[in-house]
Design a protein around this ligand. Structure first.
Ligand code: ADP
Length: 455
């Protein structure tokens, strides 16, 4: 009510001032009462006009969406303008804060690794994050307000959406990614739906790999077991001569060794996958690895190949000796097994100019066709299954080598040409490589490697 009294007073004051002015003017023409009346009327009119003008300015400000400050008038309209402007600004601040909250909320959903899509009661897209857009092959802006079933044609998805039974998720082939996408719908509000999606291509691949792995292991173990069972039955039911008995026992022993090797390789793989990375401060001399592998290789070759080990000198690799030995033994073992008699196997160490070190196992053997190279390190992948088995292979050797290389921060590089031989390089990063004496060794090692290449 603070505005009412001044407003009334201003009105009365205008009338009184008008009347007084009218009396003064009216006295001149001897009509002071008439003058007072006309003056009071003019005063009231002027007051009304000013009031209407202020009201008009205020309405104009309201019409212009309250742009800028409200008209700064005194009195009633000033008070109204001030109060309306204050509530409008407070409302704007609240709306801004709500917008910021909504933006934050949407960016959180946007950052989700899973797809999130909101559908209204007519299955039109209200909003979706970019992951969902990618899963369903949509454009998050262009496709807004479009009916989802017009855009995603997968029959599995359409049936699921229309069934109303959303207890379980369904898998669809993502129209965008081409992978497998798991979709789960959660109804909310008045007929609205929250569609959650997740790319499970990797999980499916891992599941398939695990299934394949179990099938492969079972197959690999069943074969020698069947052979052993056959021999045991033969020995139990048939009278065998001493020579036959010895032959059967020898074959049984071969199958047992095969199973032992397989189980050994499986355990090695399991250990490599489950144990922490090898230490970066335990230094293994390369010449010691070479010496240990050499005696096994010579026994396996029985003089059929020219075996050369060179260049190790004082070089050292930081890591787990047993793992490095297992990797190198696998490579050298393969080189001997896949190189016909009279061929050569060269094992060498080279320190690269960037400080990295490599162990190369090069053979002059049967080689490998280009199309097999990318798959060689897959478990149980063999180019020639029977040759691998006949020579005691498990199909796990290169898988082990790759794991060991990766665990030491390195990699396995393979080059091969059918009929010309193969080169397998275990490359270790500079941080895991050193000579016995700092400085001079590196040069010496490179020179000796050059000698090997020249030889
Ligand atoms: P395996 O136990 O069968 O030798 P690996 O994993 O060690 O299994 O090797 C996978 C396949 O790669 C082998 O079956 C063989 O076909 C091929 N391979 C590996 N090393 C050589 C090599 N030095 N020369 C030719 N082929 C090789």
């Amino acid at each position: 009510m603070g505005w009412l009294i001044p407003r009334l007073l201003a009105g009365v004051l205008s009338v009184v001032v008008g009347a007084l002015a009218g009396i003064v003017v009216g006295s001149v023409s001897h009509w002071p009462a008439l003058g007072a009346l006309i003056g009071a009327a003019i005063g009231a009119l002027l007051h009304g006009f000013v009031d209407a003008w202020r009201g008009h300015r205020f309405m104009d400000w309201l019409r212009r969406q309250q742009e800028g400050p409200a008209p700064r008038d005194a009195g009633f309209w000033g008070e109204v303008g001030y109060r309306v402007e204050r509530s409008v600004r407070a409302l704007e601040r609240r709306v801004d804060a709500e917008h910021a909250h909504l933006d934050q909320f949407l960016s959180a959903i946007e950052a989700s690794p899973n797809g999130v899509m909101l559908l209204d009661a007519s299955d039109q897209i209200e909003w979706c994050n970019s992951v969902a857009a990618d899963h369903f092959g949509l454009d998050p802006l262009r496709d807004r307000r479009q009916r989802i079933t017009n855009l995603v044609r997968s029959p599995v998805f359409v049936t699921y959406l229309q069934s109303g039974d959303y207890d379980e998720a369904v898998n669809i082939t993502g129209p965008g990614s081409g992978g497998t996408v798991a979709v789960l719908i959660r109804p909310y509000g008045a007929g609205m739906k929250l569609v959650l999606s997740q790319d499970i291509t990797e999980r499916e691949r891992n599941d398939a790999m695990r299934r394949d792995f179990v099938a492969n292991v079972s197959h690999e173990i069943r074969t020698p077991l069947t052979v052993l069972a056959g021999f045991i039955e033969t020995m139990g039911s048939l009278p065998l001569t001493e020579a036959e008995r010895r032959r059967v026992l020898e074959l049984m022993s071969q199958q047992t060794v095969r199973m032992q090797t397989l189980v050994g390789d499986l355990l090695t793989l399991a250990q490599l996958e489950g144990s922490p990375r090898p230490p970066a401060d335990r230094w293994v001399p390369v010449h010691r690895l070479f010496a240990q592998v050499r005696s096994d290789a010579e026994a396996l070759s029985s003089g059929r190949h020219a075996l050369r080990f060179s260049g190790a000198d004082a070089a050292q690799i930081a890591g787990a000796e047993a793992e490095l030995l297992s990797a190198l033994a696998n490579l050298v073992n393969n080189a001997v097994r896949y190189t016909p008699s009279g061929g050569s196997v060269d094992v060498s160490w080279t320190l690269r100019s960037d400080g990295a070190g490599e162990i190369e196992v090069r053979d002059s053997g049967i080689g490998i066709a280009r199309e097999h190279l990318p798959r060689l390190t897959e478990r149980f992948y063999r180019v020639d299954g029977s040759r691998s088995r006949d020579t005691g292979g498990t199909g796990l050797g290169l898988s082990i080598v790759k794991h060991v290389a990766q665990r030491h921060g390195g990699e396995l590089e393979v080059r091969s040409e059918p009929g010309k031989g193969s080169s397998f390089k275990l490359i270790f990063p500079a941080a895991r490589v050193r000579g016995a004496e700092p400085g001079g060794d590196a040069r010496r090692t490179v020179q000796s490697a050059d000698r090997i290449d020249a030889a």
